[in-house]
Design a binder for this molecule. Structure first.
Ligand code: C2E
Ligand code: CA
Ligand code: CA
Ligand code: CA
Length: 279
């Protein structure tokens, strides 16, 4: 707080966040939030627009703050990352998402996959493989039903190390998506060595569809690239029918975006049982 303390000593520093909470305070609040069960996962469907089927959901974290309401990740993930709380938060997210997927599978929708975002720190954490293995075992999930998403930036931070981690993840059978793809051109060469299974085209590209500066060649190049590398391709941030049609014409038919659905709490999701159950 500004100008607090009877001795006239002010703890206000220019480096503090505009809302006036120090990093330490926010870190403590976040810790409390995790332990008081204030975090929530919302889920956004990943839809094959050609078959009309939902093939999976992406888990997106929210903070149901007792006083300040529902907070989106941009309000607390940066602090979580700066303070290292992201590791605890990430562990909670992975566990909760796998738990939810197990529930959907038990309801007969065992074709569904779950996509979970990993921050750079989580991805580079030594215990990642152990954590993932243990969580899959706990909920008796087939590893291929878990898709871990890392951003292109995370993947390219230490490319050699990333390749090793991706090999290990591949060995345990989970899938890996390269998220927010298409912003770093230098990475195309390295991408070929990345044993990922999915490429998510950054929203910025989808957003440009229909604008006068649309570059259809760039988009179709990315889609071709993904196909040549045998990667599943997902367009994210699809907001209109025009964008959807445009993408389907370019050969990309798995979409995520507000046009079909915003991320919603699990209470708003009714899964449809698999027509061809595997068990
Ligand atoms: P992301 O992984 O790229 O997730 C997609 C974001 O785009 C989500 O924002 C989603 O709500 C939003 N979105 C989806 N469709 C549309 C659309 O049609 N139009 C627009 N304008 N936006 C759309 P959200 O939930 O606020 O998450 C923001 C970012 O926070 C995520 O970007 C991801 O980087 C990060 N994040 C979210 N949950 C987690 C988590 O559990 N762990 C980690 N490490 N990061 C997370
Ligand atoms: Ca993502
Ligand atoms: Ca993304
Ligand atoms: Ca993003």
């Amino acid at each position: 707080t500004k100008n607090s303390g009877r001795n006239g000593f002010s703890i206000y520093q220019p480096s503090m966040s505009p809302i006036g909470r120090s990093q330490v305070q926010l870190k403590n609040e976040l810790w409390r939030a995790i332990h008081n069960n204030e975090l929530r996962l919302f889920y956004q469907p990943k839809l094959n627009v050609t078959s009309g089927e939902i093939i999976g959901y992406e888990a997106l974290v929210r903070w149901q703050h007792p006083e300040r309401g529902l907070k989106t990740p941009d309000k607390f993930l940066p602090i979580a990352e700066q303070t290292g709380m992201i590791l605890l938060l990430g562990e909670w997210v992975l566990n909760e998402a796998c738990h939810q997927l197990a529930i959907w599978h038990q309801q007969g929708a065992d074709h569904l996959s779950i996509s979970v975002n990993l921050s750079a720190q989580q991805f580079e954490q030594k215990s990642l493989i152990y954590l993932v293995t243990r969580t899959l075992e706990e909920y008796r999930l087939a590893p291929k039903k878990l898709i871990l998403e890392i951003t292109e930036t995370t993947a390219m931070r230490y490319p050699q190390e990333s390749i090793k981690i991706l090999e290990e993840l591949k060995a345990i059978g989970v899938q890996v998506a390269i998220d927010d793809f298409g912003t770093g051109y230098s990475s195309l060469l390295y991408l070929q060595n990345m044993p990922a299974t999915e490429l998510k085209i950054d929203r910025a590209f989808i957003n440009s569809i229909g604008h006068k500066d649309t570059d259809p060649q760039l988009l179709s190049m990315i889609i071709e690239l993904a196909k040549n590398m045998n990667l599943n391709i997902v367009a994210e941030g699809v907001e209109s029918e025009e964008q959807q049609t445009y993408l389907v014409n370019l050969g990309c038919d798995v979409h995520q975006g507000y046009y079909f659905s915003r991320p919603v709490p699990p209470s708003e999701i009714t899964v449809v049982a698999n027509k061809y159950p595997v068990r």
